[in-house]
Write a protein that binds this ligand. Structure first.
Ligand code: FUC
Length: 759
C-alpha cells in the first residue's frame, strides 16, 4: 500500500475540534453518508453528515413579484449607461424574497471515550486504495488498531477497534447543539431523531455495536466493557424520500450486524476498488511516504509524488461524495461541521459545482457525475417557474446557486453574482462532455427536453444590440468594471462568458435534436440565433475582453476568470480554431496572475486547467505547487479558505489535463507535462470517445502509449515527434495535417476493442 494520507497525531478533539481541528480530521464517505475521523486514541470524535439533511424545506417561490415588470427596464438603464440606477432597480425589484436558498446541515458528531490510559507510537492514515481510515497506536506496550469506513453497499459507517488487551468505551450520541433532537433506545440501537423546523426534514442518527465484551445502553448512548474487539455501526437517514428515518436506520444497522464486520468490510472494499482501481498514476521522484503528508506540503516543489497523491485523493473524494442515486457533491462534498456553513454548503453554479465534476470523465468516473443530471431534473419545474414568474418567459433558467430542492431563483443580495440567469445553461453543458467521455449518447437523449427548455428561455431572453444577440441584465461572475463615466458596476449586458455558454448550449441542442430526429421550430430558430451570438473580442491590453465593452476591471486579479470559459472547460478557444484568441487568453491569464489572481483554491485549480490548455507545462507545474503549498489544509482538503472541495476536484482534473487532452476530437498525449514530472506512467485515463489511455514517459518525453477503444470511434491523434502508431488490422488511419506544434496528426477510424500502440 502506497497511496495514503498520513498524519502523525490525532485531530484535536477539544475546544478547537469544530474550528481548526476539523481541518486535520480525515473524510470518509459512501456518496451520501459522510464522516470526519479525528482518530484520537482516548477521546475520539466522528463528525457526521448525510447529504439530504438540509435546514428548511423546499417548494418555495422566492421570485420577487416586481421582477417581471422591471427586468427589461434594468436592461434599458444599462444600455443608457445609467449603471447606478440599473443596480438600484435590480436590488429593489430583481433580488429574490427571501434572498436565501436552503443550506446544508451537519448531523452533529458521535464521541467515543476509550478506557486506555495513555498512548504511544501513533499513526493515522487514510488509505486511498481501500477507502479505510486507520489509527494505530500502543497503550501499555500493547498494539491497538482502529478502522473507519463508510460503506455504500451496506449504507453504514463502521468503526472497529481491536486490541491485545481488554478495553472499554463510552459511546456518546448526546453532544448536540441542536435543540430539535430526542435520544431513544430501540431494538436495533440507540438513536437520535431530529425534527428540523421551517418545514425541514426529520432525520435519524442510529448507532449500535457488536463486541466480544459487554454492551450496555444508557441515556446518552452505550458503554462497552471487557472487549478485545468492538465494531460500532452508524446509519443516518432522513425523510427526504418519504421514508421513516428510524425504520430505515434500523434496517441498515440490523443488516450490518447480521452480515458481520469482515463481510461489511470486504463488500465496501470491492465496491470502492471497482472505481478507484480504474486509473493508476505514478510520478517519478523520491518515495517520501514515511513523512507525514501535512509536513510534505511545505516542500511540494521538490516532491512530485505529492501531485500524484492529490490526484488520487481527488478521485477518492469524488467516489466518496457522489454516486449514482446520491445528491451531487456540494461546496463541501458531503463533509460539513456547521449548522450555518460557509455559503450554505449549497450548489454554487457559477463555477464551483461544475468544477466538482471536471475530473469525472477523464478519470473514468463518469457514473459519479450522474447525480448532477438527476439534480437538473429536480431543478426543471422550479426553473420554469422562475423563467415565467421573474422574466415572463418560456423555458428554464437558474441563477448562480441551487439547493437540495432545486431552487433556481436569485440567491443573495450581492450585485456581482446574484442576477445571472446562466446557471442551468452551464450545468447542461456537462451533458455533452459526459456523453463524449462515455461514448454513449443516451444521457443526452434522456435530457434533450431540459436542454431544449433552457434554450427556449434564451430565445426569449437574448436581445439584439449592435447586430448581436446578447444577455442582460447579467454579470461576469463575480467581477466589477469601471465604466468610462467613472462609475463602478457589476450588472451589465453581454458579458463574454454568457455568449460562450449559450453558444455551446445551442450547438448541443441543435446537434442532439438532429441526431435523435427531434428537430423542430426551436432547432431552426437556434441555428439562426447562433450566427448572431458574439465571439470573444481582444481588448486594449491584448486580453480577451470580459465585457461587451473594453472596460477595466476594478479587481484585475479577480479569482473568477469567467471570460476564459471558452478555453476551459469549453474548447471554443483552441490553437487549431482560434490561434489569435489563444494569445489573448495567455495575456488574460498572465494579467490576472500578475495582479494576485489564484488566491482561492478553486481559482488556482481553474488556472491549472487553463495553462494545460495553453500547453504550458511549466506554468501547470508552478500552479500545482501553489495549490499544494498555499491552498491545502493538513487533511489535504482544499482551502478557499475556508474548506471548499472544488479545488480538490479542479486540481485533480488539472493534473489529468496536463497528461491527456481530447477536446475538439483530437487526442494529445502529454500536452502540458510539468518539467519536474520527468518520468512517470499512467494507466486508464479516459479520452473522449470512451478511449482508455495508458502511457509511460521518461526524460520528459513519451516512451510508450496504448489506446484501447471501448467503442467504435473516429478521432484524430497527435503523434509525438520520432514516434509512430501501430495500428492493427481493422483500423483505418490517414495523415490529417500537422498540429499547431508541427507534429503529425493521424485521422483514425477503428472498431471497438482496437488497441493502438504509439512507440
Ligand atoms: C463563488 C466564489 C466564492 C466562493 C463561493 C462559494 O461565489 O466567488 O469565492 O467560492 O462561490
Amino acid at each position: 500500500m502506497k497511496k495514503f494520507i498520513m498524519l502523525s497525531s490525532p485531530a484535536p478533539t477539544g475546544e478547537s475540534a469544530f474550528g481548526e481541528g476539523w481541518n486535520q480530521a480525515l473524510p470518509i464517505g459512501n456518496g451520501s453518508l459522510g464522516g470526519m475521523v479525528y482518530g484520537d486514541p482516548l477521546n475520539d470524535i466522528i463528525q457526521l453528515n448525510e447529504d439530504t439533511v438540509w435546514v428548511g424545506g423546499g417548494g418555495r417561490n422566492r421570485v420577487n413579484p416586481k421582477a417581471r415588470g422591471s427586468w427589461k427596464k434594468c436592461r434599458e438603464l444599462l444600455l443608457e449607461g445609467r449603471i447606478r440606477e440599473a443596480e438600484e432597480l435590480c436590488e429593489s425589484d430583481l433580488y429574490a424574497v427571501p434572498d436565501q436558498q436552503r443550506y446544508y446541515d451537519t448531523c452533529g458528531h458521535i464521541r467515543l471515550k476509550f478506557s486506555h490510559e495513555d498512548y504511544a507510537d501513533y499513526r493515522r492514515i487514510l488509505d486511498l486504495e481501500s477507502a479505510i481510515a486507520r489509527v494505530e497506536f500502543t497503550s501499555g506496550g500493547k498494539k491497538i488498531l482502529r478502522e473507519y469506513f463508510s460503506s455504500r453497499p451496506d449504507s453504514v459507517i463502521a468503526i472497529r477497534q481491536t486490541s491485545e488487551e481488554k478495553f472499554g468505551v463510552k459511546v456518546d450520541l448526546s453532544e448536540r447543539d441542536n435543540p430539535y433532537y430526542k435520544l431513544d433506545i430501540g431494538e436495533s440501537g440507540c438513536f437520535v431523531t431530529v425534527n428540523q423546523p421551517e418545514g425541514g426534514c426529520r432525520y435519524c442518527v442510529m448507532a449500535s455495536a457488536e463486541s466480544d465484551g459487554c454492551i450496555i445502553f444508557n441515556e446518552s448512548g452505550f458503554e462497552v466493557y471487557d472487549a478485545n474487539e468492538l465494531t460500532v455501526y452508524i446509519s443516518i437517514r432522513s425523510d427526504f424520500f418519504g421514508d421513516d428515518p428510524v425504520a430505515r436506520c434500523a434496517a441498515d444497522i440490523d443488516a450490518a450486524l447480521e452480515l458481520g464486520y469482515e463481510a461489511v468490510k470486504s463488500r465496501h472494499i470491492e465496491d470502492y476498488k471497482s472505481l478507484f482501481e480504474r486509473v493508476c498514476l505514478e510520478l517519478g521522484g523520491d518515495d517520501r511516504s514515511d513523512i507525514p503528508t501535512n509536513h510534505r506540503l511545505a516542500n511540494a516543489e521538490s516532491d512530485p509524488k505529492l501531485a500524484e497523491l492529490y490526484f488520487d485523493y481527488g478521485r477518492y473524494l469524488l467516489i466518496s461524495s457522489s454516486r449514482e442515486g446520491t445528491r451531487p457533491a456540494n461546496l463541501q462534498g458531503i463533509w460539513n461541521k456547521d449548522h450555518t456553513p460557509p455559503w450554505g454548503a449549497k450548489y454554487t453554479i457559477n463555477i464551483n459545482t461544475e468544477m466538482n465534476y471536471w475530473p469525472a470523465g477523464v478519470c473514468d468516473l463518469s457514473e459519479c457525475e450522474l447525480p448532477l443530471f438527476e439534480h437538473l431534473r429536480r431543478m426543471l419545474p422550479y426553473g420554469k417557474k422562475v423563467a415565467a414568474d421573474m422574466y415572463g418567459l418560456e423555458g428554464f433558467c437558474a441563477h448562480h446557486n441551487t439547493d437540495l430542492f432545486g431552487d433556481c431563483a436569485p440567491q443573495d443580495r450581492w450585485m456581482p453574482a446574484t442576477v445571472w440567469p446562466m446557471g442551468a445553461a452551464w450545468l447542461l453543458t456537462h451533458i455533452k462532455t459526459h456523453c463524449e467521455f462515455s461514448g454513449d449518447v443516451s444521457l443526452a437523449k434522456e435530457n434533450l427536453d431540459i436542454i431544449k427548455e433552457a434554450c427556449r428561455f434564451f430565445t426569449g431572453y437574448l436581445f439584439e444590440h449592435n447586430g448581436k444577440l446578447i444577455t442582460g441584465p447579467s454579470v461576469s461572475p463575480e467581477n466589477t468594471y469601471l465604466h468610462p463615466s467613472g462609475e463602478k458596476g457589476s450588472l451589465c449586458v453581454g458579458p463574454t462568458m454568457d455568449s460562450m455558454i449559450i453558444s455551446d448550449l445551442f450547438e448541443s441542442c441543435i446537434h442532439y435534436s438532429k441526431l435523435f430526429g427531434d428537430e423542430d421550430e426551436l432547432t431552426k430558430k437556434l441555428e439562426e440565433m447562433l450566427l448572431k451570438l458574439p465571439k470573444p473580442s481582444v481588448g486594449k491590453y491584448g486580453q480577451i475582453m470580459e465585457w461587451a465593452e473594453d472596460y477595466d476591471e476594478v479587481e484585475p486579479g479577480h479569482r473568477h476568470i469567467s471570460h476564459l470559459w471558452g478555453l476551459y472547460p469549453s474548447d471554443r478557444l483552441s490553437f487549431e480554431k482560434t490561434p489569435e484568441l489563444m494569445k489573448a487568453a495567455r495575456v488574460t491569464l498572465e494579467r490576472r496572475l500578475a495582479n494576485g489572481g489564484g488566491h482561492t483554491g478553486w481559482s488556482r485549480a481553474w488556472i491549472i486547467n487553463m495553462w494545460a490548455r495553453l500547453r504550458d507545462g511549466e506554468k501547470v507545474g508552478e500552479n500545482i505547487e501553489a495549490l499544494l503549498t498555499r491552498s491545502t489544509y493538513p487533511n489535504f482538503l482544499d482551502m478557499h479558505p475556508p474548506f471548499q472541495i472544488d479545488g480538490n476536484f479542479g486540481g485533480t482534473a488539472g493534473i489529468a489535463e496536463a497528461l491527456l487532452q481530447s477536446q475538439s476530437g483530437v487526442i494529445t498525449l502529454l500536452p502540458a507535462l510539468p518539467p519536474k514530472w520527468q518520468s512517470g506512467s499512467v494507466r486508464g485515463l479516459k479520452a473522449r470517445g470512451n478511449i482508455s489511455v495508458s502511457m509511460s514517459w521518461s526524460g520528459g518525453r513519451l516512451d510508450f502509449a496504448e489506446l484501447t477503444l471501448n467503442k467504435d470511434c473516429d478521432f484524430r491523434l497527435v503523434i509525438p515527434d520520432g514516434m509512430s502508431a501501430n495500428l492493427p488490422s481493422g483500423a483505418v488511419a490517414a495523415p490529417d495535417g500537422k498540429d499547431p506544434q508541427g507534429r503529425t496528426v493521424l485521422k483514425i477510424s477503428a472498431p471497438e476493442g482496437t488497441k493502438i500502440r504509439v512507440k
